[in-house]
Design a protein around this ligand. Structure first.
Ligand SMILES: [Zn+2]
Length: 157
């Protein structure tokens, strides 16, 4: 009984077909859509490659379709995986050794620290009255995906 990331649904299919969102293509790989969390029309940015999402209205965010499902449906990680068909009840993986995490805890903290630093710099610019350029906003979206990827690496253990 475990999560099988290879069975995770395609982000585009999940957001459009399962969640019924209408995606407006933006700068690749991002699309804009309505946000169910704050009812905004187009504040939710979705990364159609990895399923990461971020709302510029209410700041809800996550690294993949499982994170989205959990928050949208108030589900646990296991409930979300079951609903999305990426929870394996039994099979060859059952007796397999637990996979080692891609990064250890210290490396993960280093990643989170450097990614948070980018967010901090953008916030400092904002406080100084500087409008952040698109590249900084895009980089912040990458921050969200990277932190989500770290989270996923640990979920997958
Ligand atoms: Zn929102």
């Amino acid at each position: 009984m475990s999560y099988d990331h290879t069975l995770k649904p395609d982000p585009l299919e999940f957001y459009q077909d399962t969640e019924g969102l209408v995606l407006q293509p933006g700068k690749k790989p991002w699309s804009q859509t309505s946000c169910r969390f704050c009812n905004s029309k187009d504040n939710l940015a979705i990364n159609v490659d990895d399923g990461g999402f971020h709302c510029w209205g209410c700041f809800v965010n996550g690294g993949d379709v499982i994170d989205y499902y959990r928050q949208a449906h108030d589900a646990s990680f296991e409930e979300a995986c079951r609903a999305l068909g990426c929870w394996v009840e039994s099979g060859p993986k059952r007796n397999a050794k637990r996979a080692k995490p891609v990064v250890n805890a210290l490396q993960a903290l280093h990643i989170l620290h450097s990614e948070l630093m980018i967010g901090y710099i953008v916030v400092c610019d904002l406080r100084a009255g500087k409008q952040p350029p698109d590249c900084d906003v895009d980089r912040l979206a990458v921050v969200v995906s990277r932190v989500g990827a770290v989270l996923e690496a640990y979920h997958a253990q």
